[in-house]
Design a protein around this ligand. Structure first.
Ligand SMILES: [Zn+2]
Length: 118
């Protein structure tokens, strides 16, 4: 299956919503000010994705919820082709649903090595 998403950039939020002060995940509601998000994103600690399902409205998801969601919807699939647009870059990654969230994911204190991809 194919999944498409955009990395949400602080600059793009400010451009689209000049009065916005923060961003929140539509699933778990984790919320940060735009300033904090920029810092977390620069340090590869947190990324909000704009998830673009073909059949539904888009949603804003933190990377945690994003990868959990993909794992859930890709159950039974052989592989997932994830296409992420990050600024001008288009990053394509092939996953098997099992590798998407490794077993030790929740214990990974350094967090989320794959965030370096984006
Ligand atoms: Zn979330």
């Amino acid at each position: 299956m194919r999944v498409e998403a955009d990395v949400i950039e602080v600059d793009a939020i400010k451009e689209a919503h000049p009065t916005a002060i923060g961003i929140a995940c539509d699933s778990c509601a984790i919320e940060y000010s735009l300033g904090d998000y920029q810092i977390l994103k620069d340090n590869k600690k947190l990324i909000y994705f704009l998830f673009l399902p073909a059949d539904k409205n888009s949603s804003i998801l933190c990377h945690d919820c994003f990868f959990r969601k993909i794992k859930k919807i890709s159950k039974g699939e052989q592989e997932v082709e994830l296409t992420v647009t990050a600024k001008e870059d288009i990053i394509k990654i092939l996953f098997t649903p099992e590798e998407m969230l490794p077993e030790d994911y929740d214990n990974d204190e350094d967090g989320d090595d794959y965030l370096g991809l984006f």
